[in-house]
Structures are given as structure tokens and as C-alpha cells.
Design a protein around this ligand. Sequence first.
Ligand SMILES: CC(=O)SCCNC(=O)CCNC(=O)[C@H](O)C(C)(C)COP(=O)(O)OP(=O)(O)OC[C@H]1O[C@@H](n2cnc3c(N)ncnc32)[C@H](O)[C@@H]1OP(=O)(O)O
Length: 235
Amino acid sequence: MKIILLGNGGHSKVIQEITSALDHEIIGILDSKYSDEFKHNGILYGPFASLNQLLNQEARVIIAIGDNKIRNRLADALEVRPEQYISLVHPTATVSTKARIGRGTVVMPNAVLNAGAWVGEHCIINTGAIVEHDNAVANFVHISPNATLTGNVSIAEGANVGASATIIPGKTIGMWSVIGAGSTVIANIPAYCKAVGSPARIIKKAASVQVLEKTGGDAFDKFKNIPLPATYDRE
Ligand SMILES: CC(=O)SCCNC(=O)CCNC(=O)[C@H](O)C(C)(C)COP(=O)(O)OP(=O)(O)OC[C@H]1O[C@@H](n2cnc3c(N)ncnc32)[C@H](O)[C@@H]1OP(=O)(O)O
């Protein structure tokens, strides 16, 4: 399969290795840092504007950028049809036949996705991360290296779970929230919050969450609408 990578930073390096391990052929690496096109080892390097000519070659695309917001913005901005995105799973990752992985998602070496785990589109399940049974991981999420989502955990869109963090069973991380490296989450975390430590405490909340709390509203209930990922079979 011919693959085009969008982004050429550290995260892209790892994806390039996964792509090679899967015997795909990288035909283009595009990045905003390039203003002109050039070829090196048969790969076209250039700006994102070069995407259309490469897509004419029946290639598939992966957004190889670690920042969840930038992946989200790029996916919105690009005229790439959903079926043109590929999901990549490193050969050493263990993925249950009863797990689902959305388009544009990458599963790094030694990660584990157990039975009933649903992972959405354009997610990163990073090196050695564990996504246990019956997890729901929405689009544009990053589960960092060695993080553990125990059973029945829900991670809403765009959330970022730091390296080696642990989420205990049944808890929810709200949309676009960030969990610090090494933290242990033992309660639901509302949307747009930053939580750190063991047990994790919220150190930063979105203004809207603060207003709800001041007015007696239930912040979590208001923000917990978790967009479940669409079900796409593994490639
Ligand atoms: C392959 C890869 O690299 S994948 C990338 C993986 N990346 C990660 O895992 C990074 C995760 N990021 C973190 O843990 C960061 O520290 C964040 C995002 C949680 C916080 O970052 P910032 O908003 O810049 O917070 P800042 O550094 O100002 O710290 C604020 C407070 O939280 C504390 N804090 C920050 N991170 C943590 C943490 N992980 N655990 C415990 N406490 C923490 C700080 O000590 C500080 O406490 P203080 O106010 O008492 O001094």
C-alpha cells in the first residue's frame, strides 16, 4: 500500500518505522515546514498543498502529528475522504479480534487493545499503552506510552492521557482534558480540565466548568456527552 504521511516530526519518525514494518511504501511526507517539493530516497517531501497530486496515485493517508488539536484541525481542513485514511498497527501490538480501531489511528509497538475496546479515528495508542476491555476511546485521543486504561473506561474526544497514567475502571475523561504523566485517575474528570497526581486532582478548569460549579450545576453531567467512535473494522 502507498502511504502519505502528514507531519515530519518525532511522532512521524515512529510512524515511518511502523509503516516500514508493515511493508507499506511511503510515497510522500508533507509538512508545513516545507515550502518547496523535493525528492529523497524516492519519497516526495513538500508542503501539505502537495497532497492532491499524491492522492491521485491511489495512496492512503495518515496524519502523523502528535498534537491532538493539530490532528483535529488538519483532518477538518483537508479534503481527504474518510476511506482514504489508513489505520496502522505495529506488528508487536496485541489487538483483540473484538476490538475496533477507527481510520487514521495508529497503534504503537507493544500496545494492547483488549476485547470490546473501541478506539475512534485519528487516535494515538502509544508505545506499550494498555486499553483494556470495553473501553470507549473517541476521536483525536492520545493514550501516551505505558498509560493504562483499565476496564470500562471512556475517553472523550481529544483527551490526552499522559505517559504511565492509570485510569481506574469505569471512569470517564471529558473532552479535550489532559491527564498528567504518572497520574492515577480515581474519579470522572470533566471536559477541558487538566488533572495531575495520585489520586489525580484538577489543577485547571475551563471557564465554563467553573461557572457551572459556581451556579450549582453539575459540571460533569453537562459535559459528559461522549461521542462514541464509529465502528470500523481493522484494516
Ligand atoms: C512519545 C511521547 O513523548 S508521547 C507524550 C507523552 N507526554 C506526557 O506524558 C506529558 C504529560 N504532561 C504532563 O504531565 C504535564 O506536566 C501537564 C500537561 C500535566 C501539566 O503541564 P503544565 O500545564 O505546563 O503544568 P505545570 O508544569 O505548570 O505544573 C502545574 C502544577 O502541576 C504539577 N504537575 C505537573 N505535571 C504533573 C504530573 N504529571 N504529576 C503530578 N504533578 C504534576 C506541577 O508540579 C505544578 O505544581 P505546583 O503548582 O504545586 O508547582
